[in-house]
Design a protein. Structure first.
Ligand SMILES: [Ca+2]
Length: 314
């Protein structure tokens, strides 16, 4: 059981996981708990980019082993931000970090100002992202200490032109790729980031405020709805995960197992409670609302059935 708890803790971003919790989720088989999309490579097109003038890699940020042979570091053209920070900006690439990309989307949804204040473009073309880490103060317990991570503008690509991992929906908008890269540097590499994590940990790193995770099975639909409604009203980001183990039950549902989605809004219509969500791929959704942009709504009952975990920023 010990390895299950270790794996589960890693998947959930280092949060302590009880045996009961792991059993409840069916975490009983040894497997990698990264997001389902770790083996998923998005078709990406339309990026204009110039190959990096420097020898590569320019920075020691490891990519997953299977990407080592065919990764080319390149410097895409574009701007850090275009038209502000939006929930629909971040698009996940071929890295299993749905928790990170959905975390960015959920944060941009409620606190674009946090992202604006955390990311700085430097005169030399590099970028600095401010994160917060725990620092221990003896009797006073933990406090958050800012940590500044500087990265240059080069990104992993396959052919020198298209970002291989996170990017903007507008491919000229660089902030999702830059924050992902800085987080990877902070965390010890893209390969570490791809091993799974929690959006609550990302939010904590960006806001300095502790987040939390809940098992939705322990709450009634209306209580869940109220929790999400209150969090969003307080401008705290919300996300939710499908089952990280029982992925087969999502076949033909329009949802992916082992995948984290941003919760953008909750609302009532015609006496029914709904949750509006977003797939970090920027496409792929249940039902047909006429626009396959990854944004869709579920009734609160369907949400509770499909999403055993929800995450809240502090
Ligand atoms: Ca849609």
């Amino acid at each position: 059981m010990a390895w299950v708890l270790r794996e589960a803790e890693r998947y959930f971003g280092g949060q302590a996981v009880s045996k009961r919790f792991a059993e409840r989720l069916g975490l009983h088989r040894k497997q990698q708990m990264a997001c389902v999309c770790d083996n998923h490579c998005m078709p990406i097109g339309g990026v204009t980019a110039a190959p990096s003038p420097r020898p590569q890699p320019t920075e020691d940020i490891a990519v997953p082993a299977r990407h080592k042979a065919d990764t080319v570091w390149a410097r895409p053209t574009g701007q850090l931000v275009r038209d502000g920070f939006g929930a629909d900006d971040p698009i996940q690439g071929g890295l299993g970090d749905c928790y990170l990309v959905s975390g960015l989307s959920a944060l941009a949804n409620v606190r674009p100002d946090v992202l604006r204040d955390a990311i700085r473009q430097n005169p030399d073309g590099t970028f600095t992202v401010r994160f917060y880490k725990d620092s221990f103060l003896g009797l006073f317990g933990k406090s958050k200490k800012p940590v500044y991570v500087t990265v240059d503008g080069t990104l992993p690509t396959k052919d020198g032109s298209k970002p291989r991992y996170a990017r903007g929906r507008d491919v000229q908008e660089l902030w999702p790729a830059i924050v992902e890269k800085a987080y990877a540097k902070l965390d010890g590499g893209y390969d570490k980031v791809a091993k799974g994590g929690s959006p609550a940990t990302l939010w904590q790193a960006l806001t300095g405020r502790s987040g939390s995770m809940q098992l939705t099975a322990f709450k009634s639909g209306s209580r869940l709805f109220d929790d999400m409604k209150n969090a969003l009203a307080e401008k705290r980001p919300v996300a939710a995960s499908t089952n990280p183990v029982a992925t087969k039950k999502y076949q033909d549902s329009g949802l992916s197992g082992k995948h984290v989605y941003a919760v953008l809004a909750v609302y009532e219509r015609g006496g029914e409670k709904y949750v509006r969500m977003r797939n970090p791929w920027g496409y792929g959704e249940p039902g047909s609302d006429g626009r396959d942009d990854g944004v869709f709504e579920l009734t609160i009952d369907a949400f509770k059935k499909k999403f055993p975990l929800s995450y809240y920023g502090g």
